[in-house]
Design a protein around this ligand. Structure first.
Ligand SMILES: Cc1cc2nc3c(=O)[nH]c(=O)nc-3n(C[C@H](O)[C@H](O)[C@H](O)COP(=O)(O)OP(=O)(O)OC[C@H]3O[C@@H](n4cnc5c(N)ncnc54)[C@H](O)[C@@H]3O)c2cc1C
Length: 415
């Protein structure tokens, strides 16, 4: 009997890959193995509704236990894969070993191992009261501590830090966000959007410090009591949330000798440098999904799902699908940001609406070509740009700011 496919990493990408294999008619065994003790669950609510206490743990699971049985997916939780080798005979087969000594032969291997939270290494970084936010166990610990915290410092002004800051404010804590660069969410959005978020969080009572680097944490009785910054500022804190990015889990890929470059390098069909091995999700770097140029790392649900679907197709030899238009969302309290496309490399942007009204959109262009939209509390504008990108259509930059004209009336075929 075939050893089937081994999917290492049981989360967004791994589960999607297993489900897509079945949908494509794959009948061999599928083992989905993950080191977390939980069945696959959604991470986005961990910094939103789950952290705020408005969604319980029972809302996080992707699927019921019965689903795995019925789909013939052998889900193994709480087992870390520590070793993996491929047969030397150019077949795709191999064997994986787990921390508990289990051996799992496979015919095809998929790596969907995700990323782990980047940790601070400054003095005091291991004190109690310093929390990270990657998995449900992190979120459960943080949630419990938030209820009693009066002074919260969030280190990192990216999406997760700002979402956590919004939740902490809703609990009534005094909140300070400390960001090392000169603006919030700087890797993802234009300065006008960064500035909007700074002002919006400040309006809600959160202090925002940019160009501020954490040098140490001060303790009182083994617990964090203050955050020290490079300019000598000392911020009192009884709880610290750190959201300073992630590190892709490349360790197994490196053992296999697969090309890694800030993530496991894959092609548009999710094949690694050893084409029989596929990889998907936060652990990968991939060609730009729309232009094919360069390599990008996309930490998003959409990208994990899209790549996992492509990986399953590659395993069964199904044809390529249409290119994926990336999309993303971030809910920071009542501020809902929706992003479609990738703005990387833009040379022009158009602001539609007044940012301080807290309802606006920014459309990004390169050489007149529509690249992306950041829409704050503006779902219709988001939807129109996403549709335009999907259809290869555009919206003329010189008319996009005109709020009197619905964006959908401006949709036109790209030159
Ligand atoms: C707090 C939070 C909020 C987010 N909010 C949003 C959002 O609003 N919108 C959005 O689009 N995206 C959001 N994301 C990102 C999104 O959740 C990720 O992009 C997505 O989870 C990636 O899925 P993945 O399967 O690639 O990786 P992961 O979800 O990281 O899963 C990888 C799994 O593999 C396991 N694993 C790793 N190595 C091994 C091994 N050797 N053996 C066994 N198991 C292993 C890990 O333990 C993990 O369970 C958020 C992420 C977080 C943490």
């Amino acid at each position: 009997m075939s050893a089937g496919t081994l999917v290492v990493g049981a989360s967004q990408a791994g589960l999607q890959l297993a489900v897509s294999l079945r949908e494509l008619g794959y009948t061999a065994p599928i083992t989905l193995i993950g080191e977390e003790p939980h069945a696959p669950y959604q991470r986005p609510p961990l910094s939103k509704d789950f952290l705020a206490g408005t969604a319980g743990p029972e809302t996080l699971a992707f699927r019921t236990p019965a689903f795995y049985r019925e789909a013939g997916i052998d889900l193994v939780c709480g087992e870390q894969v520590t070793d993996v080798t491929l047969a030397s005979d150019a077949s795709a087969t191999g064997i994986a070993g787990t921390a508990s000594g289990r051996e799992l032969p496979f015919e095809r291997l998929a790596l969907t191992v995700g990323a782990s939270a980047r940790r601070l290494t400054v003095p005091g970084a291991d004190l109690a009261g310093i929390c990270y936010l990657r998995g449900v166990d992190d979120a459960t610990v943080l949630r419990a501590q938030l209820t009693g915290a009066a002074r919260v410092v969030v280190v990192g002004g990216g999406f997760i830090g700002l979402e956590a800051a919004a939740v902490a404010r809703s609990f009534g804590a005094s909140v300070t966000v400390v960001e090392a660069t000169d603006r919030l969410i700087g890797r993802a959005v234009a300065p006008v959007v960064s500035e909007f978020y700074r002002r919006a969080h400040e309006r809600r009572g959160t202090a925002v410090l940019t160009c501020a680097t954490v040098t140490a944490f001060r303790e009182v009785e083994g617990r964090v009591a203050a955050v020290l910054l490079s300019d000598g500022t000392e911020l009192p804190a009884d709880l610290v949330v750190v959201g300073v990015g992630v590190i892709p889990r490349t360790e197994l890929a490196e053992k296999l000798g697969l090309e890694c470059d800030g993530g496991i390098v894959v092609d548009a069909r999710a094949r690694t440098s050893e084409p029989t091995v596929v990889a998907a999700g936060d652990c990968t770097v991939l060609p730009h999904p729309l232009t094919g140029e360069g390599r990008v790392r996309l930490e998003s649900v959409n990208s994990a799902v899209s790549q996992a679907t492509a990986a399953a197709a590659a395993i069964v030899g199904a044809p390529d699908r249409a290119p994926n238009v990336p999309w993303f969302w971030s809910n920071q309290g009542d501020l809902r940001l929706q992003i479609a496309g990738l703005s990387t490399g833009y040379d022009e942007f158009v602001v539609r609406g007044e940012p301080d009204s807290e309802k606006f959109a920014v459309l990004y262009y390169r050489a007149g070509r529509l690249l992306a939209v950041d829409a704050v509390n503006s779902p219709p504008d988001y939807m129109v740009v996403r549709k335009a990108l999907t259809q290869g259509a555009t919206i003329p930059a010189d008319r996009a700011a005109d709020e009197a004209t619905p964006l959908k009336q401006l949709l036109m075929a790209a030159a």
